[in-house]
Design a protein around this ligand. Sequence first.
Ligand code: TYM
Length: 371
Amino acid sequence: MALHKNTSLIRFLLSEKRIIRLNPFRFHQIQPRFCKFVNMKEVVVSGIRPTGKLHLGNYFGALKNFLRLQQQFDSYFFIADYHSLTTHPTPGDLSASVKRVLAEYIALGLDPEQCTIYFQSDLPETAELYLFLNMNAYLGELERVTSFKEKARTQPNNINAGLLTYPVLMAADILLHRGIKVPVGKDQEQHLEMARTFANRFNRLYNNEYFPEPQAFSFEQNLVKVPGLTGTGKMSKSAGEADTIYLDEEASVLNKKIMRAVSDSGPSEPGAPKSVPVQNLFDLMGLVSATDTIQFFEDSHKAGNIRYGDFKKQLAADMEIFIAPLRDKIQTTLGDEKRLNEIAKFGAEKARASAQKTIREVREIIGFSNR
Ligand code: TYM
C-alpha cells in the first residue's frame, strides 16, 4: 500500500494499525516519514565497489558508519560488483576482488546477523529497477554529473553507457530496499541528489508516493572526505599506490608511504597558513592520533618550528597502531572461504526477499500485471 500525499496522519496510523494486526510482514510498507510514530526501523543501504583493497577513505567515509548503523537500523550493505564492470575487470580479478571486499566487511565488524550483507549481482532485481528508472533519466542531467565528466576526461577510450547511467544504477540499489539513510563519503553527495530526483520523478509520474527520498548520511557533522598522500585530493584507488593507505597495509610500506607523502618546505613565518598537502596530513592525523599529539603539532606549525620528519614519524606510528589489528583480522577472515560463502548465501536470501517485494509492487504501479 502506498499513501497519497493528502492522506492525513491520523487516518494513516489507524489504517496501518489494521494492516499490522492482519499482516506483520507488511510492516515496512509504512511511509518512512511516519516510521517514528509506529516504532519502526528506517532502512539503511550502502555499498562499495570491488575495485581493489579497501582503504582509509572507504573506512572513515563509509564503513565506520555502517558499523554503528547496523545496530540501530534495518541495514543492507552490499558489494557493488555490477558497478565495477564499467572498467572491464577480468573474470579472475572480479571474483577475487568481490571476495576480498566481503572478507574486509566481516573482518571490520559487519555482522551478518545484525545486517544484510550481499553481492549486488545476486539481486537481478537491481537490473530490473535500473531499467525502469532509466526510462526517466535524461541525457542532459546524466552528462552533467561530476564523476561522469571526470571519468570521460581521464578515460576517453572507454566512455561507456554504464558510466553515463552510473547514478541510475546507484539509485536502483537504494530504492530497491526503499532506503532512506545512505552512509557514504562526500564524493557520493551528487549521486544521492540524483537518487532523490529519480525517486521523486517516479512518484510523480505514477502519482504514487512509493519511494522515499534517500539522504546521504554520516554520524560526523559533515560527510567525510579523507585526503590522499600525494596532496592532490581525496584518497582514491585510482590516484595510485603512493596516494592510498590500505586497511591491511604492511607496517614497512605504511611507514614508507607516509614518510614520502607530499608536504612543503615549512611555514614561511610563525602563523603562516598551512598549505593544502600539509593540511591533508593534519587531517589524516585527526583520524588516528590523540588530541594532545595533534595539538602539539598544530602549535609547532603555528610557531613556525614544526619538523615535518618528526610529524610524519608520529603520524606513521599512530597509523600503524590503528591498522595493525585490522590487518590481522583481514588476513584471518580471507582464509575462511567456507564461512564467507555461507555469509554471501545467507545475505542474498535476505536481500532478495526485500528486492522481490519492491519489484512486485513497482511492476504493479507501472501497470505490468504480476503473474
Ligand atoms: P566507492 O567504491 O568509490 O567508495 C565506497 C565508499 O567509500 C567512500 N569513500 C570515501 N570517503 C571519504 N573519503 C575518501 N577518500 C573516500 N573514498 C571512498 C565513498 O564515498 C563510498 O561511500 N558508487 C559507490 C558505490 C555504490 C553505492 C551504491 C553507495 C553503488 N551503489 C548505493 C551507496 C548506495 C562508489 O563507487 O563507492
